[in-house]
Design a protein around this ligand. Structure first.
Ligand code: SF4
Length: 409
C-alpha cells in the first residue's frame, strides 16, 4: 500500500467569500473566471454552472461597465457559487458591483492608484462584510514601484505593491483580504509568493497569469501552483488558461486531488507508459477509458496496463484495473482477477465495473465475481506470454548481439 503523506500548510487567517472559507485551514478552493460578457446574464450563468460542475468553488466575472454591474445584480442571486467582481481602473465599478451583491471584489493596485478611491472601496466592503482580493499582477505593476525597483518586475516590487494596498485597508480598519502576486514567469511568481507568505498572514490566491493555451499553459500553471502548495503556501488557486474556462476549473480540481489537498471526486486514471511487452495499444485504450469515465464523478483509481505479466502487480493498489494479454483483457479489483474479457470489450467492461464499485463498493464487486475462474484464465494467459516472450520482451539481448556484430565488422 502506498502511504498517505500530507503537506504542512502555512498558518493564515480566514476570510469568507460568500459561504466558502478561504485560509485558516479551510480546504484549498478552486477558482475560475467567465469569458462571457457579464451583461449577458443567461450566457454567463450557463458558464458559471458549467464551471461549478467542473470543480470551481468560486467564480470571477469582469465588472468593466455599468451593464456588467447590472448583469451581476441578476447573476449573483442565481449563481451556485460565490461571485467575485473583477475591477480594473474604475473604482466606481467596485461600488456598483457591491451594490449588485457580489461576495468578493478583486482590485488591481497597479491600476486603481488613488488612495482615496482605494479606501472608499475598502470602507464600503468593511460595512458590507465583503472581502477583497488584492490582485497584484507582474504585467501591470504600479509604474512608480517598477521604476524604483530598477525598471524590472521583481518579487520585492510585487510584494511591496500588495503591502502598500494592505496598509490603505488597515487605515480604514478593513482586514478581510486575500492576496495574489501573479506573474507569467514561473520562478518570479514562486519567489514573490514565498516572500509574501512570510510578510503577511493573509490567505493567498495562487496563479500563473497569462499562462497560455494547454498543454504549455497547464504545465506552467502546475509548476508554479503545485510548487507552492507543496511548500504549504496557498489557500485558493486559479489556472489562467487560454482555453474554455471549464478546463481551468477541471485542472485546478485535479491538481488539488492529486496533491491530496481535496477529497477525491474524480477518477484517478493511471496507465503504464507501455513497452515491448504491451499486448495492446495502451495509449488508445487509456484514452478511450479516460473519455468513457470523464463525465462520471467517481472517486476511484483506475489502471490501464499494457500486459498481464507486470500490469496487475504494478497496479495492485488501484480500485480497478485492466491489463492486456493474448487478445483479452484481464480485469482486476484491488489486485484480484475478477474477469477475463475479449479485447474489444475492455473499455465497456471497465466502465461498467467502475459504476458498480462506485455504487456498491469493492467487497460487493469481489463477491459478484467468479474469482477462481478469472484467476485460472489469467494464469494461463500469463504463462503462455512468459513462455512466448521470455523475460526479454524488449529484445535487449538480440539488440546487444547486433551491436556486437556491427562493432566487429
Ligand atoms: S511491462 Fe507491461 S505493464 Fe509494464 S510498461 Fe510494459 S506493457 Fe506496461
Amino acid at each position: 500500500m502506498e502511504g498517505a503523506v500530507s503537506f504542512e500548510r502555512r498558518a493564515s487567517r480566514q476570510i469568507l467569500v460568500g459561504d466558502v472559507a478561504v485560509g485558516g485551514g479551510a480546504p484549498v478552493s478552486v477558482q475560475s473566471m467567465t469569458t462571457t460578457k457579464t451583461a449577458d446574464v443567461d450566457g454567463t450563468l450557463q458558464q458559471i454552472y458549467a464551471l461549478a460542475a467542473a470543480g470551481a468553488d468560486i467564480v470571477r466575472c469582469t465588472c468593466n461597465e455599468i451593464a456588467a454591474a447590472e448583469g451581476l445584480a441578476h447573476i449573483v442571486p442565481r449563481s451556485p457559487v460565490p461571485i467575485v467582481a473583477d475591477i480594473h481602473h474604475q473604482y466606481k465599478m467596485a461600488l456598483a458591483a457591491l451594490e449588485a451583491g457580489v461576495q468578493c471584489l478583486r482590485l488591481n493596485p497597479g491600476n486603481i492608484r488613488n488612495p482615496h478611491h482605494v479606501k472608499a472601496v475598502a470602507e464600503e466592503c468593511r460595512d458590507r462584510g465583503v472581502p477583497i482580493r488584492i490582485g497584484v499582477n507582474g504585467g501591470s505593476l504600479d509604474r512608480e514601484l517598477y521604476e524604483r525597483h530598477g525598471g524590472r518586475v521583481t518579487p520585492e516590487a510585487m510584494v511591496e505593491s500588495a503591502l502598500v494596498e494592505l496598509a490603505y485597508f488597515s487605515e480604514v480598519g478593513f482586514e478581510s483580504v486575500k492576496i495574489s502576486v501573479k506573474a507569467s514567469n514561473v520562478p518570479l511568481m514562486i519567489e514573490a509568493y514565498r516572500q509574501l507568505a512570510v510578510a503577511t498572514d493573509h490567505p493567498l490566491h495562487l496563479g500563473v497569469t497569462e499562462a497560455g493555451p494547454p498543454p504549455d499553459g497547464l504545465i506552467k500553471s502546475t509548476a508554479g501552483i503545485a510548487t507552492l502548495l507543496a511548500e504549504g503556501i496557498g489557500d485558493t488557486i486559479r489556472y489562467s488558461l487560454t482555453a474554455d474556462p471549464v478546463e481551468e476549473a477541471r485542472a485546478g480540481r485535479h491538481l488539488l486531488e492529486a496533491l491530496g489537498l481535496r477529497e477525491r471526486q474524480n477518477v484517478d486514471l493511471i496507465a503504464c507508459p507501455s513497452c515491448g511487452r504491451a499486448e495492446v495499444d495502451v495509449i488508445d485504450v487509456a484514452e478511450k477509458v479516460r473519455e468513457a469515465l470523464a463525465e462520471r464523478r467517481l472517486p476511484l483509481q483506475v489502471a490501464v496496463m499494457g500486459c498481464v505479466v507486470n500490469g496487475p502487480g504494478e497496479a495492485r493498489d488501484a480500485d480497478l484495473g485492466i491489463a492486456a494479454g493474448r487478445g483479452r483483457g484481464h480485469l482486476f479489483v484491488k489486485g484480484v482477477n475478477v474477469a477475463v474479457v475479449p479485447e474489444d470489450e475492455m473499455v465497456g467492461t471497465i466502465t461498467e465495473w467502475a459504476d458498480y464499485i462506485a455504487e456498491h463498493g469493492t467487497e460487493a464487486a469481489l463477491e459478484r465475481a467468479d474469482v477462481e475462474r478469472a484467476e485460472r484464465e489469467a494464469r494461463s494467459d500469463r504463462d503462455a506470454l512468459l513462455e512466448a516472450q521470455g523475460t526479454d520482451a524488449n529484445a535487449s539481448a538480440e539488440r546487444v548481439e547486433q551491436i556486437h556484430r556491427i562493432s566487429s565488422q
